[in-house]
Design a protein around this ligand. Structure first.
Ligand code: PHE
Length: 355
């Protein structure tokens, strides 16, 4: 048997077996690679006598084609087998039940903060933020709260070190200080955020939320404060009229100071804001004390203004009919599913009524 015939028979036999792609590629190199068996036969052609050359060359070409065809069809076979396997595995079973889609809810406090920010931004307030861990100076001293003031009592304040230099802010008012130290007047900001006091019952939680307001300019007076709060409360509760009263009060950082109550009434177990003869306290406010302005290097003979601090949780409770403040922070999914807001369907009309 000639060399060529032997090569052909040997390899056709090999190619009959079940082979992997890499085994076939190996055979391909053995035959047609640079020093492959068939390639070396082609190199021989030059040295063969003229009479034999033609026959040898044609036989060689035939064998080459046969082997090449066999290899190619083997490769095709393997590839289509793989594709079929894949298609079988990736088949979509349209009879399966659909997967349940769980969508989160927006916490009522976050929703309320968004609403408040949106209402104030419409009348030119921008939003500032401050840290929960504050210095004693920003939380008290700079706000004209002397050492012996009852607000400094251990019962109210969570101190974080023995020297009582660091604490969890007891109100958002230190953001007034931070804002005024950072920039030059005029200032027109609100600052929503978490606040902390050592207190816990149905209407008090050791962590709660406030929104601070501060408006300082050359000719701001109490009338502006009243107008601003009146606008805010009407927009927030979506009522056209509001009963509001300013009660004289005291805060070390404002003079004069007031607490603001809004009128409400309860009919058939439902609360109606803006009517009736009951009063509910919702915020503290006043004209910023000249000593506070001095502490932040604002000239109080040129600039003055008002500040207020609103309890956010209480507003949210009133607006959304929630009667235990502690539920806000229990992280109970069932509660959140009931009182939370669909992120794709939040109420959009909360600023609409008085316009
Ligand atoms: N910081 C005060 C409080 O927490 C509220 C307040 C803020 C009062 C700004 C006056 C001005 O009770």
């Amino acid at each position: 048997m000639s060399d060529l015939k032997k090569i052909k028979d040997d390899f056709l036999l090999k190619l009959e077996k079940k082979l992997s792609l890499s085994e076939i590629n190996e055979i391909k190199t053995n035959l047609f690679g640079k020093n492959g068996l068939i390639s070396s036969q082609f190199k021989k052609i030059g040295s063969i006598s003229e009479s034999e050359k033609k026959k040898f060359a044609s036989e060689l070409n035939l064998i080459k084609d046969e082997l090449q065809n066999q290899i190619n069809s083997k490769i095709n076979e393997i590839q289509s087998e793989e594709i079929n396997k894949k298609l079988k595995k990736e088949k979509v079973d349209i009879t399966l039940p659909e997967r349940t889609f769980v969508q989160g809810k927006i916490h009522p406090v976050s929703q309320t903060i968004d609403e408040i920010s949106s209402i104030f931004s419409e009348i030119g307030f921008s939003v500032e933020e401050g840290p929960d861990v504050e210095t004693e100076y920003n939380n008290f001293t700079a706000l004209n709260t002397p050492d012996n003031h009852p607000a400094r009592d251990m019962h109210d304040t969570f101190y974080l070190d023995e020297k009582k230099e660091k604490l969890l802010r007891t109100h958002t008012s230190p953001v007034q200080i931070r804002t005024m130290l950072k920039d030059k007047p005029p200032f027109k900001i609100i600052a929503p955020g978490r606040t902390y006091r050592s207190d816990s019952d149905q209407t008090h939680s050791p962590m709660f939320h406030q929104v601070e307001g501060l408006h300082i300019d050359k000719d701001i007076n109490m009338g502006h404060l009243k107008g601003c709060l009146n606008y805010f409360i009407k927009e927030f509760f979506e009522v056209k009229k509001i009963k509001m009263r300013f009660r004289p009060s005291h805060f070390p950082f404002t003079e004069p100071s007031a607490e603001v109550d809004i009128g409400y009434e309860i009919k058939d177990g439902k609360i109606f804001i803006g009517e009736g003869d009951k009063w509910l306290e919702i915020l503290g406010c006043g004209m910023v004390h000249p000593k506070v302005l001095k502490n932040v290097k604002v000239d109080s003979t040129k600039y003055q203004g008002y500040a207020f601090g609103i309890g956010i949780d209480r507003l949210a409770m009133l607006k959304y009919g929630i009667n235990d403040l502690r539920a806000f922070f229990d992280c109970d999914y069932r509660w959140l599913n009931h009182f939370g807001f669909d992120p794709l369907d939040v109420p959009t009309n909360y600023r609409g009524l008085s316009r």
